[in-house]
Design a protein around this ligand. Structure first.
Ligand code: TYD
Length: 235
């Protein structure tokens, strides 16, 4: 059964594109959000394979990162050896990486008719730096108006999970890898609870764009739900 929010999403997608004067067949921009350890990166990979198997051109991106400069910024932002980074500096670094990503990856890929799958996008800044660190959300909004402009995702898949579970998964993963990306995993459970509430608040404010998925389900069930959600847009 196709849920009401699926219909809203497909309808909104077409209407927004028409309002912007875009070609109605312009390809979708889908972002994936959730706490560290929520399983979103796995879902990006599964959806990418699903689309590729159907011969659909895609561009898989991640934030922070996705461009040479963005990846360099990523290593500063995520390294547990980075100390003393002030919240505002952190926010500005995410937006510097995002500016590169929008202009060097997202817009060109859309011009080439590719679907965009982006592992995190601007909602992460509102959730982590805004709700998590306490930076005024109007500042995040202002940066969005300069960097993202109207290039918002058409659909955001928010994988919602208990922060304690997410944090323990993310910490375990960090212990098993040689890449040092553990700065955020040092944050408290309260920080993650604020980030989760922030994400849910964003989803409540924009129910047509942000679809909340229960991250406690098996990976396959989440994937099936995602495929059902995007199926109205398949060519
Ligand atoms: P990510 O690579 O998605 O980590 P994971 O695979 O563990 O989910 O994201 C990197 C970290 O950066 C993550 O802790 C969230 C944080 N982040 C922000 O705080 N603000 C942002 O704008 C973005 C894009 C990420």
């Amino acid at each position: 059964m196709v849920s009401l929010s699926l219909c809203y999403f497909a309808e909104d997608f077409l209407n927004n594109r028409m309002d912007r004067g875009d070609h109605p067949l312009m390809t979708p921009f889908i972002s994936f959000e959730g706490l560290d350890g929520s399983g979103k990166t796995t879902q990006v990979r599964l959806l990418a394979t699903f689309l590729e198997n159907r011969g659909i051109p895609i561009s898989v991106l991640r934030e922070p990162g996705g461009t040479p400069l963005g990846e360099a910024i990523r290593s500063v932002l995520l390294s547990s050896r980075t100390v003393g980074l002030l919240p505002l500096s952190e926010l500005l670094l995410y937006y510097a990486a995002r500016n590169q990503n929008v202009r060097q990856n997202i817009l060109p890929a859309q011009g080439q008719g590719k679907w965009i799958l982006c592992d995190r996008f601007a909602d992460a800044s509102a959730a982590y730096q805004g709700y998590g660190r306490g930076i005024d959300l109007s500042l995040v909004k202002f940066l969005n108006s300069m960097v993202v402009q109207d290039n918002n995702p058409d659909l955001t898949l928010l994988i919602d999970i208990n922060p304690a579970v997410a944090l323990s998964r993310a910490r375990k993963r960090n212990r098993q890898t040689t890449v040092d990306e553990g700065r955020f995993e040092q944050e408290s459970l309260e920080f993650y609870q604020r980030v989760r509430q922030g994400y849910l608040q964003i989803a409540r404010r924009e129910p047509h764009r942000v679809h909340v998925l229960d991250g406690n389900q098996p990976i396959e069930n989440i994937q099936e739900e995602i495929v059902r959600l995007i199926s109205p847009l398949l060519p």
